[in-house]
Design a binder for this molecule. Structure first.
Ligand code: FPP
Length: 224
């Protein structure tokens, strides 16, 4: 059976869920946060060591300001209300992406990372203002600046995911089959699961089904 170290998730479908259920995209984001909590809890039960959640992409800045503000306010209150509890549960919190938010949010994110930096039950990587192409271009620039060899090991040293194993599983909810500039380097050998359900409807049973399927997959890594 395949061990699971790292699960990465593209949490898609909040907007559609919100519009359908409450006539507001933001209601979908609020409900999506409940799914986040559920999936963190279940990941701990499965002894998964890394969970990476795509919360905001470099392209999401194109959305209306009202929706962006709502998302970041949601994140702020989430951090304020939950970080002590996360810390008690031995959860490590890390942001992957470029932290160029409001002063308040940057401070909150930095302090959450610092407070939980020694924890080891599970590491939650929150991808915020994250884009895979930006991450790779930046890595190449740093390699050139440092005048070192372009090879796989050196590239990985300059990714946000330095020292984090590559995802075993990538899940995308929301009935769309695309990767949306998420961890393109890191998912080279991940098993990909496209889930029809919208993120706020995604529950523990759906997650368990994917994990059980993954456990039975034969991973060849190019071999036979
Ligand atoms: C994609 O759905 C989801 C996002 C861009 C935001 C993800 C945010 C959450 C799950 C909740 C907040 C999380 C934290 C940690 C504060 P979409 O809006 O693109 O949905 P659509 O495809 O139906 O429009």
């Amino acid at each position: 059976m395949n061990p699971i170290n790292h699960v990465a998730i593209i949490m898609d479908g909040n907007g559609r869920w919100g519009l359908k259920q409450k006539k507001s995209r933001n209601a979908g984001h609020k409900a999506g946060l409940k799914s986040v909590e559920r999936i963190i809890k279940k990941s701990i039960e499965y002894n998964i060591k890394f969970l990476t959640l795509f919360a905001f992409s470099t392209e999401n800045w194109k959305r209306p300001k009202k929706e962006i503000d709502y998302l970041f306010n949601l994140l702020e209150s989430f951090l304020i209300s939950r970080i002590d509890e996360f810390d008690k549960q031995d959860i490590k919190f890390k942001v992957i992406g470029k932290k160029n938010f409001s002063k308040k949010l940057n401070l909150l994110l930095n302090s959450a990372e610092k407070k939980t930096s020694k924890n080891s039950k599970i590491q939650i990587n929150l991808a915020l203002n994250y884009g895979s192409k930006f991450e790779l271009v930046n890595a190449f620039k740093k390699i050139i600046k440092n005048n070192i060899n372009i090879d796989e090991k050196n590239i990985e040293k300059f990714l946000y995911t330095k020292n984090i194993p590559n995802p075993d599983i990538l899940i995308r909810t929301g009935n769309t089959k695309r990767l949306s500039n998420f961890l393109l380097w890191q998912i080279a050998y991940s098993e990909i699961f496209f889930e029809k359900k919208l993120w706020p409807d995604f529950n523990e049973t759906d997650y368990s089904k994917i994990i059980n399927k993954f456990k039975k997959v034969k991973r060849n890594y190019g071999n036979i």
